[in-house]
Design a protein around this ligand. Structure first.
Ligand SMILES: Cc1cc2nc3c(=O)[nH]c(=O)nc-3n(C[C@H](O)[C@H](O)[C@H](O)COP(=O)(O)O)c2cc1C
Ligand code: SF4
Length: 637
């Protein structure tokens, strides 16, 4: 495989092409936890790890990124030394500033290149950085990078992408300065170019230097965003400046789903198109990222010559060992990302430290790491959704004897249904991982087996993990709920319903909206009603929300909020909005009103046997919660 071939960035040789791209993890300034988090990825076979640091927090205040200074130096050095033991190079990614909403407590406003609105449509404008502040930031960049070199880093990456501070300086939309840092192309590039010049002076002309930038924001150039023409000009400029590799990204915070593609992004990401174009105008190695933890896509991008180095972010969170697994022909054991963004970027954005929906050890290396038991137990797992599968695999890896009972004929529980929409199909890959590992670990799995309390007691396990999931809610109080024309979103997604052309979906949560899109794409006319005053009333993380909202903008879909289902008739439903009743004609009613926990078995057994209830059988929630509870239950044995 091309990804396993070595490659050079200037004088630096990487043993393979899988590089972990920077992810500010919000786990402090190189304490033990942060060190363990990075070293775990080095051990897993990454050829280089990019470690994000801020130059200073005096302007932007607290951010998820670390600071490298005299206090954190020893921890950082330990990180570098320990990564090197695995022949994994370390690249420090320096972030000169944020340029978004954050600000240091003693500052009146967030700062940026110019006094433009803080976000599109905002009345509040940024504080325009003064020249003294610019010099201060650049000085802090220099100080940090000198320390990094002293600690033994192998490369530097300058963070200049995605509408953050450096990109703000570089982009007409956000840079309306009239001094030498604004206006012409040369002036807008000055902030970055001065940092490049300083870095070369401080670290040496040949010290491997990478710039992560955005050649195309994929937003209208007439609104001041960058188009590819200027992007290519920047690429050529950087090559002339003596940069050793280019790291290509696309989008910005105004279309953030492009920079951090969610599950709905099934096609090759636009980063590949931008890289392909940049490749034509430079001879520098190109790194790019964007769901390239899907190793088949990464290999294609390498083979096609769009990129030279595979940047992987979230894929390293779900499976730190994936490069080694590729090397050892164990690709079927890769635990793929489900691109939910719930544990990683969502946690970090909300001020919690990094986390992962399918890998509960991420961010908790050394804290939640499973250890081999010297007292093996007999474990029965009931339910083979992500929680049940994770519990079974974790228990078997810890050395316990494990059996799973699953009432369906397959793995996955309700998560399987969630992956059925064609625009989410990649999610199913994590189920392939579960299937492989259940097999490799000789976990017995009995399908089509509905657990009864008597049978569980007869089986006599030492511990039961109850992961029985949830059942779609069908409120008995609604007149007509049992009519033939009523079905559930779950049955629709599984193609178990016969539907006419006009469909009403009841409930505009994730399941209702996604089911609506599936049916609209089949040519059905869809009305989604929601009793709350907005669609998607539950929190959906911003990148996923942005892209889902685009998909919902479909000519066949109409949404009605603050609208309550009152009655179902043979040819219509009665709804109430603001106390006024209305009749909506339709062929079918699809219920997407949430899931009720299947907790009956747990309730019957909880006083008779050692049993723990996890996931949706406690309360319908996300994969993140379910898998975390599964892991904790096994750690507690
Ligand atoms: C939790 C998290 C933090 C991130 N922080 C940074 C960062 O500090 N610097 C950066 O350049 N990109 C950052 N990114 C973006 C990633 O480097 C990468 O561009 C993006 O996740 C797409 O790659 P992927 O699909 O392989 O995850 C972050 C991404 C995540 C998920
Ligand atoms: S939280 Fe979700 S998107 Fe983030 S790394 Fe884990 S599986 Fe992937």
């Amino acid at each position: 495989m091309k990804a396993l071939e070595s490659i050079r960035i200037g004088d630096l040789e990487l043993k393979n092409r899988y590089v972990m791209v920077a992810m500010g993890p919000d786990i402090g300034d190189f304490g033990q936890r942060a060190i363990d988090y990075y070293v775990r990825r080095a051990k897993g076979g990454a050829s280089m790890i990019m470690v994000n640091v801020m130059a200073t927090k005096e302007i932007d205040g607290p951010t998820p990124s670390a600071l490298l200074n005299e206090e954190s130096y020893d921890g950082f050095k330990e990180l570098v030394d320990r990564c090197h033991k695995y022949d994994c190079k370390v690249c420090i990614q320096i972030m000169p500033g944020v340029g978004l909403q954050t600000k240091a407590p003693d500052r009146e406003k967030p700062s940026s290149a110019s006094a433009t609105p803080i976000y599109p449509g905002s009345d509040m404008t940024f504080h325009e950085l003064t020249k003294e502040e610019i010099k201060f930031i650049q000085g802090e960049v220099s100080k940090t990078l000198k320390l990094a070199k002293k600690a033994g880093v192998d490369a530097v990456e300058i963070h200049a992408y995605g509408g953050y501070l450096t990109d703000k300086f570089m982009t007409e939309r956000w840079n309306i300065r009239t001094d030498e840092y604004g206006g012409s192309f040369e002036n807008r590039m000055r902030f970055l170019n001065e940092i490049i010049d300083n870095t070369k002076e401080d670290l040496g002309e040949d010290f491997p230097l990478i710039v992560k930038f955005t050649p195309n924001h994929y937003l209208p150039a007439e609104d001041g965003y960058r188009d590819i023409e200027e992007g290519l000009k920047i690429a050529k400029m950087l090559e002339e400046k003596g940069v050793h590799a280019l790291h290509i990204d696309v989008g910005c915070h105004d279309n953030w789903y492009m920079a951090m593609p969610p599950i709905y992004q099934q096609d090759m990401v636009l980063q590949m198109e931008a890289s392909r174009q940049v490749k034509k105008v430079t001879s520098l190695p190109i790194i790019s990222n964007g769901r390239l933890g899907d190793i088949g896509k990464a290999e294609k991008a390498l083979e096609n010559g769009w990129i030279d180095i595979v940047g992987v972010g979230r894929g390293f969170l779900t499976d730190p060992d994936f490069p080694n697994k590729v090397m050892e022909n164990r690709t079927d054991e890769i635990r793929y990302c489900i691109y939910c963004n719930e544990g990683c970027i969502n946690s970090v954005s909300e001020g919690r430290h990094i986390d992962c929906a399918v890998n509960p050890e991420t961010g908790y290396e050394g804290v939640k790491t499973l250890k081999k038991t010297d007292d093996p137990k007999k474990i029965l797992v009931i339910g083979a959704g992500p929680g049940g599968c994770h519990a079974a695999i974790a228990a078997a890896e810890a050395g316990h004897d494990v059996e799973i009972w699953e009432r369906e004929e397959r793995l996955g529980g309700n998560f399987y249904n969630a992956c059925l929409p064609p625009f989410k199909r990649d999610g199913i890959k994590v189920l392939h991982y579960y299937r492989t590992m259940l097999d490799r670990l000789n976990i017995r799995i009995k399908y089509c087996k509905e657990a009864t309390p008597e049978e569980v007691l007869r089986y006599n396990p030492d511990k039961v993990i109850n992961a029985t999931g949830g059942t779609p809610i069908r409120p008995r109080s609604i007149k007509g709920i049992d009519k033939d024309n009523v079905t559930t979103a779950t049955d629709v997604l599984q193609n178990k319903s016969i539907l006419g052309d006009n469909i009403v979906i009841v409930g505009a949560g994730l399941v209702g909206c996604e089911t609506g899109i599936v049916l609209a794409n089949k040519g059905k006319k869809i009305t989604i009603i929601e009793m709350m005053d907005s669609i998607l009333p539950e929190p959906v993380f911003i990148q996923n929300l942005m892209m889902l909202t685009q998909l919902l903008d479909h000519p066949n879909i109409e949404t009605k909020t603050s609208t309550k289902l009152m009655e179902i008739r043979d040819d219509s439903i009665i709804v109430s909005k603001d106390g006024v009743e209305e009749q909506l004609y339709c062929d079918n009613v699809v219920l997407a009103m949430g899931f009720a926990p299947n907790n009956g078995l747990y309730e019957e057994l909880k006083d008779k046997i050692d049993i723990v209830n996890i996931g949706d059988s406690v309360q319908a929630r996300r994969v993140l919660n379910t898998v975390k509870e599964a892991h904790d239950a096994i750690l507690a044995i």
